[in-house]
Design a protein around this ligand. Structure first.
Ligand SMILES: Nc1ncnc2c1ncn2[C@@H]1O[C@H](COP(=O)(O)OP(=O)(O)OP(=O)(O)O)[C@@H](O)[C@H]1O
Length: 231
């Protein structure tokens, strides 16, 4: 079984005097997708970074019964919290295959899902340097690296950012594949269509607070988002 339940209780993230996220609680069940939507600066990235241990945060974070919030980021990752950071983090001077090997070497167990089965388009590129791949291909590799790390929950920060419409569609398929493989998927997005097509649970953030909790399939979602973006 790939997935685990991610539970976040009363998360707050502050940068000096700036409160980026306050009192945010959410749960992502295995085999489901939750999308955090909201305007620029609403606190989406800070939420993922707080959960992942990349920013200091108050509040509780659990993966099933294991409490993570007192662990450093590396231990959270080994416990099964995968994190695809904003901006295609890959080792540019290593090949695709080496990128995957490094990620697998850090993992606490073997992944049940072979990343190249999820992303077969990377197979012909295994020997190429990651730095020579297109932006979209690097984004696919970043997702593959997270899967190679044998996660149980996968967090992704704007995985469709800067992609062509065709690759946005492919990314949605890949995210659906992760969800259907049983992972709990926590996604930060700017594109409402991604949440809609994935039939995700949606949390709309506004100024670091939850403005709405709706289903991605809710026909009111675009209007709610517009109101949240304008206020
Ligand atoms: N390292 C930092 N230092 C100080 N303030 C920060 C830092 N990172 C983010 N912030 C502030 O925290 C708030 C939330 O930022 P965050 O990046 O989490 O929002 P976001 O919803 O992900 O935005 P975007 O869609 O633009 O990426 C903003 O006011 C931002 O200016």
């Amino acid at each position: 079984m790939n997935g685990g339940r991610l539970k976040v209780d009363a998360l707050s993230v502050r940068y000096g005097g700036v409160t980026a996220v306050e009192d945010l609680s959410l749960t992502v069940e295995p085999g489901t997708c939750l999308a955090l939507l909201g305007a620029n600066g609403a606190g989406k990235t800070s939420t993922l970074r707080g959960i992942g241990g990349l920013e200091s945060a108050a509040g509780g974070v659990w993966l099933d019964d294991l409490r993570l919030d007192n662990l450093p980021a590396s231990r959270r990752a080994r416990a099964g919290l995968g994190h695809v950071l904003e901006g295609r983090h890959v080792f540019k001077s290593l090949s695709v295959a080496e990128n995957l090997r490094v990620a697998a070497a850090r993992a606490a167990r073997r992944p049940e899902l072979d990343p190249l089965d999820l992303l077969p388009e990377l197979r012909p590129m295994e020997r190429r340097l990651a730095g020579g791949l297109s932006g979209g291909q690097q984004q696919m590799l970043a997702i593959a690296r997270a899967v190679a790390g044998a996660p149980r929950v996968i967090m992704l920060d704007e995985p469709t950012n800067g992609l062509s419409p065709k690759l946005v569609g492919r990314t949605i398929e890949i995210l659906a594949g992760l969800r259907d493989a049983g992972f709990a998927v926590l996604l930060v997005e700017q594109r409402v269509e991604v949440a809609q097509k994935l039939e995700a649970d949606v949390v709309v953030l506004r100024h670091g607070h939850v403005a709405h909790r709706v289903r991605g399939t809710d026909p009111d979602l675009p209007d709610l988002l517009q109101a949240a973006y304008l206020s």
